[in-house]
Ligand binder design. Structure first.
Ligand SMILES: [Zn+2]
Ligand SMILES: [Zn+2]
Length: 241
């Protein structure tokens, strides 16, 4: 299936001057997915069946709860918990009535496995993963097809470490030969130079708090600590894959 490219949001992201516009797009994707799973979709029986089977990872169940849409989430949880009770309750009954510690611990091992499997799947992560794939492929396709994009990208702030690696992993879907190598080496150069820039800003910020520097300007470094964390680790990462 041909991937639909997302030229407009990717160009807008690049022009925004963000430390990682893929993070920004993924923040929005997460919000959209949470809206979707608290909206009219939950009244569609087929969607509810999928929610009951797959559910959400811990991070995204918390994101759903933090929206304070009690009416929607209570409905979703009712059928989700009814479905999960089919396997969970019999296991809890077995543990409750177990008389040997060895067997009880073994049953707790089963509970741990069941829980790990449940937390590994997430419909919000699936939704975000689909968007991420389109965004990273669009960046590579624009690099291939659009000379203006290539030059803007080379002058920009690059991406966070996490999304730099995602961009590199998907690059060969759109690029090959020397262009592929030009792209990959550009991604690494952007990572190197922009990490250094963030680090320099962080040093300036740390020195600014010394009493002898209290009258010096902030030089736009007030948020350098936050930008460093973002550059190193990214935001709205997909946890369940
Ligand atoms: Zn990022
Ligand atoms: Zn998730």
């Amino acid at each position: 299936m041909k991937t639909e490219l997302e030229t407009i949001p990717v160009w807008d992201g690049l022009r925004s001057g963000s430390e990682c516009f893929i993070c920004d797009l993924m923040n929005r994707a997460q919000e959209d997915a949470v809206d979707y799973y608290l909206g009219p979709a939950i009244m569609v029986p087929e969607i509810r069946v999928v929610i009951n089977q797959k559910g959400f990872c811990p991070t995204h169940f918390k994101a759903l709860a933090d929206r304070n849409k009690a009416q929607s989430l209570s409905l979703v949880l009712d059928t989700y918990m009814t479905e999960s009770d089919k396997t969970l309750q019999p296991l809890l009954d077995k543990i409750t009535s177990s008389s040997s510690p060895r067997k009880t611990l073994k049953l707790f091992g089963e509970l741990e496995n069941m829980n790990e499997n449940r937390e590994k799947v997430c419909l919000v992560c699936d939704y975000m993963n689909d968007r991420l794939e389109r965004y990273v492929r669009t960046v590579a396709a624009l690099f291939r097809d659009d000379a203006d994009f290539r030059s803007e990208l080379a002058k920009g702030k690059g991406f966070c470490m996490h999304h730099t690696i995602e961009l590199a992993k998907c690059a060969k879907e759109e690029l090959s030969g020397s262009l592929l190598n030009d792209y990959l080496t550009l991604l690494a150069r952007l990572m190197k130079e922009n990490l250094e820039r963030c680090h320099d800003d962080d040093v300036y910020l740390s020195q600014k708090y010394k009493s002898e520097n209290k009258d010096k300007p902030w030089n736009g470094c007030e948020d350098a600590h936050k930008r460093c964390v973002r550059k190193l680790f990214g935001e709205s990462r997909i946890l369940a894959k």
